[in-house]
Ligand binder design. Structure first.
Ligand code: SF4
Ligand code: SF4
Length: 428
């Protein structure tokens, strides 16, 4: 189900966006695609369902058609003699189900493509056109509208943030420095952590304090989830990014540490620089890298073997944090300290790992549930194969997908986060 903008055909703004987008790097990518189909087997939605429309190359077909019909002689001829049809409202509605409900923007397809085509970003361009056309799944649109109005898709307003942090500080007996001018590090959370996994907030606070970091959180930069980015709406993406960067600038911090949200990390770390003026002198990194640095430098010490006695533990690689962000080794170094005997790799892993199935906003869209659970079933099979009783990760969106999937299938599997394990194993 999709919503459309009222009054005029949604194909008009969609085509305008396609034309605008295919002027540069997109055209080169589309020209380089040989349509070999190799990317299909890399996509977990295609693997899990066998639906040929879930092949990555098919998800960008609308973009390719728009490009060829407007810019290539062959495309114009095909259109003129009726071998191709103009893009219609029905096409937009159909591709909306493909690119929002069956793509997590994980970009694993790009590493399989022999031509090096960045299919994930191209699918993002399709989302941008559909966003311009107003052909966005209603739940996703509702979440982004709520985020623009209240600052958070999960209703984490300023008051909710204040009371939630006070509660976390009391409940876990941990100090959480708030809005501290001149702190070195701004730690930014997603509302998924604050509202659904508050223990993660407490864990990261405990670790930061233990490491002696001069850190703070910011009420202005309280939400890093970016539903504008999921939607493919540049204006909203930037508005949400600005709230975080403005909060960092106001406090005069030197770096932003993004906690457990893979898409937010992507948006803040890379996308922001392409869309807006990012304030100079503020680096962006991920908590997985920070944990690794703290352990390597001896700023925190962990109880060796602390998690070696509760059965096999495996690690889920998050697409945006491990494959995109490169934080592949730090979690493994930490797990080899915490559980040298119990830690076992599921397969595939590292860059080749498959997505949990809930990223890219897919988990927010009810009609995507069948394929989301089908993908999760593949992940469960990998976890079972390695005999794990616990799965840990560095992304709270993945954790939400795992928690939901475990409940849906009635599995006996413990789902946790790496920061939480580290906090629980800190040497006093
Ligand atoms: S693998 Fe690359 S070249 Fe082949 S169809 Fe997919 S995107 Fe095109
Ligand atoms: S980005 Fe990921 S989910 Fe989307 S088509 Fe590529 S492999 Fe599939």
């Amino acid at each position: 189900m999709t919503t459309t903008s009222s009054g005029r055909s949604p194909t008009v703004p969609a085509l305008q966006t396609f034309v605008k987008e295919t002027g540069g790097w997109v055209a080169a990518q589309l020209e380089a695609c040989t349509r070999c189909g190799i990317c299909a087997e890399a996509c977990h939605f295609y693997q899990a369902t066998g639906n040929p429309e879930y092949a990555p190359v098919w998800k960008i077909e609308l973009l390719r058609r728009a490009y060829e019909q407007r810019f290539t002689i062959g495309g114009k001829l095909r259109l003129a003699v009726g071998l191709d049809k103009p893009i219609s409202d029905a096409d937009l509605a159909h591709w909306s189900t493909l690119v929002y409900e069956a793509c997590t923007m994980c970009n694993k397809c790009a590493i399989a493509c022999p031509m090096g085509i960045q299919i994930g970003p191209l699918i993002h361009e399709v989302r941008s056109a559909l966003s311009e056309a107003g052909v966005v799944p209603p739940e996703l649109l509702a979440a982004v509208v709520k985020q623009m109005a209240e600052g958070s898709p999960l209703g984490m307003t300023g008051d909710v943030w204040d009371s939630r942090l006070e509660w976390v500080a009391d409940e876990w007996e941990v100090e959480i420095p708030r809005d501290v001018q001149g702190a070195d590090t701004l730690v930014v959370f997603s509302s998924i952590e604050v509202m659904k996994f508050p223990g993660n907030v407490a864990a990261i606070a405990k670790i930061m304090n233990k490491a002696g970091e001069k850190w703070t959180v910011s009420s202005q930069a309280r939400e890093i989830v970016n539903f504008g980015f999921y939607e493919g709406n540049e204006h909203r993406t930037v508005e949400i990014l600005k709230r975080v960067f403005d909060g960092a600038k106001a406090l005069g911090v030197k770096r932003i540490v993004v906690t457990e949200c893979g898409h937010a990390y992507d948006a803040l770390r890379w996308t922001a620089a392409n869309l807006m003026d990012v304030p100079p002198g503020i680096s962006v990194t991920h908590i997985a890298g920070v944990l690794g640095d703290f352990v390597r430098s001896g700023r925190i010490k962990l109880k060796a073997g602390a998690f070696d006695h509760d059965g096999v533990i495996t690690f889920h690689d998050a697409c945006k944090i491990q494959r995109r962000g490169g934080h592949i080794n730090e979690p493994r170094e930490i797990l080899k300290i915490l559980a040298p005997n119990a830690f076992k790799e599921m397969s595939p892993n590292r860059e080749q790992a498959i997505c949990c199935g809930g990223g890219g906003g897919v988990i927010a869209i009810k009609s995507a549930d069948p394929q989301r659970y089908a993908v999760f079933q593949m992940k469960v099979d990998q976890v079972r194969k390695v005999g794990a009783q616990t799965v840990t990760m560095t992304c709270s969106n993945c954790r939400l997908q795992f928690t939901d999937g475990v409940a849906h299938f009635g599995l006996d599997l413990k789902v946790t986060g790496l920061a939480q394990m580290v906090a629980d194993a800190l040497e006093e």
